[in-house]
Write a protein that binds this ligand. Structure first.
Ligand SMILES: N[C@@H](CCC(=O)N[C@@H](CS)C(=O)NCC(=O)O)C(=O)O
Length: 163
């Protein structure tokens, strides 16, 4: 498998973590976001969202959107599981993940911060903006996870799994 990725990208990081936890071999293809490589025509053809990650499987199937890629990995490579078995526990894990994926990351994405600067906001304003949403998001996240276990929901990444 080939993972189009950027070292500082949190959306790529979550897919890299899942691939590594599941022991799946993959080759990293770096996309330099700061240099704007995600906007290149040949990259846009595989990921019209102009972001990383993109996963290309061994048969050439192209998968985009980190949360969709995580779902696919969990379905196709179920062991070790990253989601608990119990539906309520699964919903809780997904809720915590969505705080980061839906509430924090999109408003702090490179292209969003870039637009703020084009509107005349300073680097300091941009940092305040990012800190605001991270602080709100992580406050919510912290109250959704367990405080007494090495991983967010238990002793393993998938919480109390009964596989
Ligand atoms: N919702 C997408 C977001 C992908 C995304 O935008 N990733 C960021 C890196 S963390 C990116 O490539 N940003 C480039 C930009 O904003 O130009 C996902 O989860 O895969």
């Amino acid at each position: 498998m080939k993972l189009y990725t950027y070292w500082r990208s949190t959306t790529s990081y979550r897919v890299r973590s899942a691939l590594n936890l599941k022991g799946i071999d993959f080759v990293s293809v770096p996309v330099n976001l700061v240099a704007g490589e995600q906007q290149a025509e040949n990259y846009a053809r595989i990921n019209p969202g102009l972001g990383v990650p993109t996963l290309v499987t061994d048969d050439g199937t192209v998968l985009t959107q980190s949360m969709a890629i995580l779902d696919w990995l969990e379905e196709v490579y179920p062991v070790p599981a990253l989601l608990p078995v119990d539906p309520v526990e699964r919903a809780r894990v997904r809720a915590a993940a969505m705080v980061i994926a839906a509430d924090v990351h999109p408003v702090n994405n490179l292209r969003v911060v870039g637009e703020l600067k084009k509107m005349g906001h300073s680097q300091e304003d941009a940092v305040d903006w990012m800190n605001l949403w991270m602080s709100k998001g992580f406050t919510a996240f912290q109250s959704l996870i367990r405080a007494d276990t090495p991983f967010c929901f238990g002793d393993t990444p998938s919480g109390p799994v009964t596989l």
